[in-house]
Ligand binder design. Structure first.
Ligand code: C2E
Ligand code: CA
Ligand code: CA
Ligand code: CA
Length: 273
């Protein structure tokens, strides 16, 4: 039995490690991933901790290569960023998300929002807001059904960042700060930029039930966000005890494996729509 367990484990490991032998090969496959229809998007529900309702999802990119199997975003997003392919891929994600929003809107579903991860390179394009506006117009979706998740690391240049966020805000899309608290940036931008939502990084939520320091930080972020008139979403919630603590701290929304893993759109339609 022990041997079988080992063999099974090894098989699993092999599956996991079935990766590209080198970056150049991964890059050449990634280049054709869109046309070969190897990319897809999974959606992770964000749960309203007060009403238990689900009215928003985060879009997370998935790549299933024909030859090498699943490649995690942690592996291919950095490569896509270095090579500049993230522009095309990010554009594809935005397009797919708008198509989905349009579909729900036409079906007469209740208003639902989808959050899209925006890489720093995308955000720094001068015409980024214009591109967003074009898609919103093309699909005739409500601007506030689209949320852009931007990390602190994308907000290096104060003037440019402010101008871009202002443009996005004027269009009416929702702006959130992803991985909040991990970007080593000053807090002063919170009062200058038109930010709607702060997403507490999962490193602070992990062990929040046993780590007093993490609990203190998360609680502080929630209070800070509220006093600035922003919404808060806690990420990486895996246990019911974490939910209890977040509720006690007045956190409005949470996402994580405790509620649901990121799942294909067909399953979202079946389970939530
Ligand atoms: P992120 O934006 O911080 O996304 C959250 C990550 O945490 C996702 O990993 C999600 O699957 C995972 N997660 C969700 N709930 C839990 C939980 O309860 N516990 C744990 N341990 N993890 C949880 P994923 O999908 O592998 O994505 C990793 C990163 O790749 C994302 O981090 C984001 O930075 C990037 N990414 C994913 N999709 C896109 C995309 O379309 N565009 C860009 N630019 N980046 C993307
Ligand atoms: Ca995110
Ligand atoms: Ca995050
Ligand atoms: Ca991240």
């Amino acid at each position: 039995a022990k041997d079988r367990g080992r063999a099974h484990y090894r098989y699993y490991q092999q599956q996991m490690n079935l990766s590209f032998p080198n970056e150049a090969l991964m890059e050449s496959h990634l280049r054709r991933a869109i046309e070969k229809e190897e990319l897809s998007i999974h959606f992770q529900p964000q749960v309203d901790l007060v009403t238990d309702e689900i009215n928003s999802f985060e879009a997370l990119l998935r790549w299933n290569n024909r030859k090498f199997g699943y490649v995690t975003p942690m592996q291919f997003i950095p490569l896509a960023e270095e090579s500049g392919m993230i522009m095309q891929i990010g554009d594809w994600v935005l397009e797919e998300v708008c198509i989905q929003l349009k579909y729900w809107q036409e079906k007469g579903h209740r208003p639902v929002r989808i959050a899209v991860n925006i890489s720093p390179k995308q955000f720094k394009q001068e015409n980024f807001a214009m591109k967003i506006l074009e898609k919103i117009n093309k699909y005739q979706i409500s601007p506030c059904s689209l949320e852009v998740e931007i990390t602190e690391s994308a907000m290096t240049d104060m003037q440019d960042t402010f101008a871009m966020l202002k443009e996005l805000k004027d269009i009416g899309v929702i702006i959130s700060i992803d991985d909040f608290g991990t970007g080593y940036s000053s807090l002063s931008y919170l009062k200058k930029y038109p930010i709607d939502i702060i997403k507490i990084d999962q490193s602070f939520i992990k062990d929040i039930e046993s780590d007093e320091k993490n609990a203190a930080i998360a609680t502080m972020i929630i209070r800070l966000a509220h006093s600035l008139g922003m919404e808060v979403i806690a990420e990486g919630v895996e246990k019911d005890k974490q939910v209890d603590i977040l509720k006690a701290a007045n956190c409005q929304k949470a996402q994580g494996y405790f509620f649901s893993r990121p799942i294909p759109i067909a399953d979202i339609n079946e389970a939530y729509m």
